[in-house]
Design a protein around this ligand. Structure first.
Ligand SMILES: [Zn+2]
Length: 392
């Protein structure tokens, strides 16, 4: 039962509160909605009415008007960084580091109004930026394996910076060789004997490799100077490479965003053709295994009269091929093997096979391989050349 004395204390207190000034806390619409939803809130503390209001004017108690003043500029900044990807939408991640004052302001308000279990300011900033960037750019958010990561750092005075960190980017390249004598890789330094008789152009032409041409293109067209090439096998310097071209992979974590106006353009130089295409990290796995159609010109030790027997032996090459690489047995497969032509001691073969089989070794090298053409034909065979006709 409430006594008269109690009632008078409550009445007294109410009078005091009413007579005291009202303390108003301004919040921007983001901070208000995040903490209070749609309800109006006020509490009485120490004879002061504290009233929270969602105000479009004034300074937000929590974010100091970060959402209204800085947010649009930040979105524009990230959008413009991503707009440099013209052909490709990288997967991205966006994170925020906030000055401690933002958390303190919000915690102060939450303890006063006993607000629990609501997302905090950092959560809201991150979700808003991610959603807007996804909608504006078409880039998908990927927390696990982003290709570009943005880190927004906001100071107490609302100054901010946006750092972007690129992970590795990938290009799928394909090269074709229409002239014999072009090596895949650059010569090692020891071999590279500069001869003063050549002028620079001639020297470059004589020393051009697939690797040097790739590096020239990446540097001159894409402005990428640091890169790593992963080959998917190789051929002889004197082999031609035709059809779709041999695939290779370029990895770079270069920070220079590239303008890809030459996307899927074909670059040609002196018997080499190269094309590039940007791929995501998921595409990388599948490019290392493929089949190739190989034409081999052999010179046999002696002329063969029984061509039927020879054809049978050649078709017997179909099946698994086993050889050792770094103390491991590797198995590849031959799907088709046939003779195209026989002229005296010269025999031309066509083989449909997995990539990765060392072809000169397969014809009759010193290192063990099973089967080996020289052994199957029971005579020494010399490889005049082999060409890669197509990649499937
Ligand atoms: Zn605010």
């Amino acid at each position: 039962m409430v006594s008269d004395r109690h009632l008078s204390i409550i009445r007294e207190r109410k009078k005091k509160i009413e007579s005291n000034c009202i303390f108003e806390i301004n919040l921007c619409k983001y901070c208000y909605k995040r903490n209070f939803g749609k309800k109006n809130h006020s509490v009485a503390r120490h004879f002061t009415n504290i009233h929270v209001q969602s105000a479009s004017r004034g300074i937000c108690f929590i974010c100091k008007n970060f959402f209204h003043e800085k947010f649009p500029k930040i979105i524009d900044n990230i959008k413009s960084q991503l707009s440099e990807f013209t052909d490709y939408r990288p997967n991205i991640e966006i994170g925020t580091i906030l000055n401690y004052q933002f958390y303190e302001n919000e915690d102060f308000l939450r303890s006063m109004f006993q607000i629990r279990g609501k997302p905090n300011i950092k959560y809201e900033i991150n979700s808003l930026i991610r959603k807007m960037i996804e909608n504006h750019t078409g880039c998908k958010i990927d927390h696990v394996n982003p290709e570009v990561k943005f880190e927004l750092v906001v100071q107490g005075d609302l100054s901010y910076s946006i750092n972007s960190i690129n992970k590795e980017f990938y290009w799928l390249g394909r090269y074709r060789k229409f002239r014999r004598g072009i090596p895949q890789k650059n010569r090692t330094k020891g071999e590279n004997t500069a001869n003063s008789v050549f002028d620079e152009k001639e020297y470059k032409c004589r020393n051009q490799s697939i690797e040097s041409f790739i590096k020239d293109i990446m540097s001159q067209t894409y402005n990428i100077n640091s890169l790593k090439i992963s080959w998917t096998g190789g051929e002889d310097k004197n082999s031609l490479v035709m059809g779709k071209g041999r695939p290779f992979l370029i990895k770079s974590n270069s920070n220079s965003y590239c303008s890809n106006k030459n996307y899927k353009d074909i670059f040609t130089s002196n018997g080499i053709e190269i094309e590039f295409e940007r791929i995501g990290h998921k595409g990388v796995v599948s490019i290392h295994r493929y089949k190739q159609l190989v034409r081999i010109l052999l010179k046999l030790e002696k002329k063969i009269d029984d061509t039927t027997d020879l054809a049978e032996k050649v078709s017997g090459l179909v099946g698994d091929v086993r050889f050792r690489v770094k103390n491991k047995t590797v198995t590849r497969r031959i799907y088709e093997a046939k003779i195209i032509s026989i002229r005296d001691k010269d025999v031309e073969l066509l083989l449909n096979m997995d990539n990765g089989v060392p072809i000169k070794q397969f014809i009759g090298g010193k290192d063990p391989i099973e089967p080996c053409i020289s052994e199957v034909l029971n005579m020494r065979c010399e490889c005049i050349y082999f060409d890669i006709i197509e990649f499937t």
